[in-house]
Each structure stands twice: as C-alpha cells, then as structure tokens.
Design a protein around this ligand. Structure first.
Ligand SMILES: Nc1ncnc2c1ncn2[C@@H]1O[C@H](COP(=O)(O)OP(=O)(O)OP(=O)(O)O)[C@@H](O)[C@H]1O
Length: 259
C-alpha cells in the first residue's frame, strides 16, 4: 500500500466535495500535527463535520487525497477503512450510546467486537477506561440514568476502548451550559495528557474552548483552510475575518455572525 514520509497522522490534500450545487469542500488542505490537540473551526455549515466524515471514511472525496497514518485512504477499499477505523476513536455530539445497553456493555462493545479478550480482562479494561474519564462503579447503569456530562465521559471511554492513535471529537461543547463545557474541555485536556502519543482533533465553533485548549487551529472558510496556526497566532492576527470570528461579532467580512 502507498505510504507517505511525513509524520502527520492525518493529511488531507486538495479535498473537494460537492452535494448537488453546494460546493462544500473546495480544495481543502490540512495536515494534523501528531500528539497534539488540534481544532477545526469555522461558521456553521462551513464543512467541519463533512471534513471529519472524510477522516473516518463515511464520506468519500470527489477529488483529493486522504492520508491516515501514512496510508492512502482515498484509494483504499472498505476493508482497509475498517482496519484504520480501529485506530480512530470518535466521540459524537450526544455520546451516541446504545440506550438499551448498560455502561459496561456500551464501553466493552468495541472490545468484544474486535478482540478475543477474556471477560475478566475486559472487566478490568472497562474499569481502567472509566478511571481515565473520571468515573467509577457505574458499570450497571443505563444511559438514561446518566447526566449529560457522564454520558460524554462514557462515550469517551468507549471511543478509547481500542486504544486509538487518533481521537475525534464532534462539537463536544455545542449547546452545553458553560459549566459542562468547562468540564468537557478539562476532559479533553486530561485525556490528551493521560494517553501517551494520542492525537486529538476537535470540531467546534465554541471560541472559548478553542482558546482554552487548542494547541493548533484550522479555520475553515469557503471550503478551504483560511487560516491555520497556534492560538497565539490566531489571537494576534490582524486579518479582519479572523478578528470577526474571534469576537463573534456581526461587523466584519462575514455576513452572518458565527455562533
Ligand atoms: N450527506 C449530505 N448530503 C447533502 N448535503 C450535506 C451532507 N452532509 C453535509 N451537507 C451539507 O454540507 C454543508 C456543510 O455541512 P457540515 O455539517 O459539515 O457543516 P459544519 O461546518 O459542521 O456546521 P455546524 O457547525 O452547523 O455543524 C451544509 O450545507 C450541509 O447541508
């Protein structure tokens, strides 16, 4: 299989994706740095989720290249995608837990599906995963008995179950009150610190979270990366669009405010 030399875990090259007349990605270039927390940000509808879906292979590009961990996924078959997806943990907006399964069954689901680990070991593993996300002794509970924050934590524990190299968060703090948003920001940061070598990618338009915890930022606009850099570079940018995004204001080149 084709390999690249660079060490970025995800590289998207000149990615193009159109739905009907809607040109969503128009030549997107992204190189996600390894072992850091990167944010992909931008206005609603700019293609953040579409980008994420290309990274997990739910969507295929019309044009362009998707490289994951050195493998050319744009020319890969479904089997190769299944293999690579085992290295990717995804935390969807609502945690995406199975309502009819308890916490133990939810977290152990990927382990039971993809490994032959004996039950006793799985029990230990689930306990460890719960510990990483700051929970204990809730294995028997069902999702309906959990708070939003707990559901997110359980979703994260499940995303971590197969020890992924890459962790994707889809709008983790959207429509959360500021206290829960803070808690989730801490969770993202703690997870990054606790799991050696992991790379985190967060899709967000929550500018507070971005500035609190991003180590690197990609700002999408009109189907491309309009600006990329560290939070400091973002904050000191004199670009009118970047400044408007930061302030969330109505005044600036963006016709509609951000959030
Ligand atoms: N499967 C699809 N079929 C048709 N159009 C789609 C599909 N998926 C996304 N789109 C369109 O692509 C555009 C970008 O959507 P996307 O969900 O990536 O935006 P976003 O930047 O994540 O926005 P938000 O912050 O609101 O979630 C939208 O206009 C959306 O309607």
């Amino acid at each position: 299989m084709e390999k690249v030399k660079d060490k970025s875990i995800v590289t998207l090259i000149n990615l193009k994706k159109t739905f009907g007349k809607n040109k969503v990605l128009r030549g997107l270039n992204i190189k996600i740095p390894e072992k850091r927390i990167s944010y992909i940000i931008g206005r609603s509808g700019e293609g953040k989720s579409v980008t994420l879906k290309h990274i997990i292979g739910i969507l295929k590009p019309d044009e362009g290249e998707v490289w994951i961990d050195g493998v050319a996924m744009h020319s890969a078959d479904e089997r190769a995608w299944e293999n690579i997806r085992q290295q990717i943990g995804t935390l969807f907006q609502d945690g995406a837990l199975f309502d009819s399964l308890n916490v133990f069954e939810n977290i152990s689901f990927p382990i039971q599906n993809h490994t032959k680990m004996p039950l006793e070991k799985i029990k230990n593993e689930v306990k460890n995963l719960l510990e990483i996300v700051g929970l204990a002794n809730i294995e028997e509970k069902f999702p309906s008995e959990l708070s939003i924050g707990e559901r997110k934590r359980v979703g994260l524990a499940r995303a971590l179950a197969l020890k992924p190299k890459l962790l994707l968060y889809d709008e983790p703090t959207t429509s959360m009150d500021p206290l829960i948003a803070d808690l989730i920001d801490n969770l993202i940061q703690n997870t990054q610190q606790k799991i050696e070598g992991i790379t985190s990618v967060v899709i967000s338009h929550d500018i507070t979270s971005v500035m609190n915890i991003a180590e690197y930022i990609f700002f999408l606009h009109e189907g491309k990366v309009y600006f990329e850099g560290t939070p400091e570079e973002f904050q000191t940018s004199q670009d009118a669009l970047v400044k408007q995004f930061l302030s969330g204001g109505r005044n600036g080149p963006l016709a509609v405010p951000i959030a």
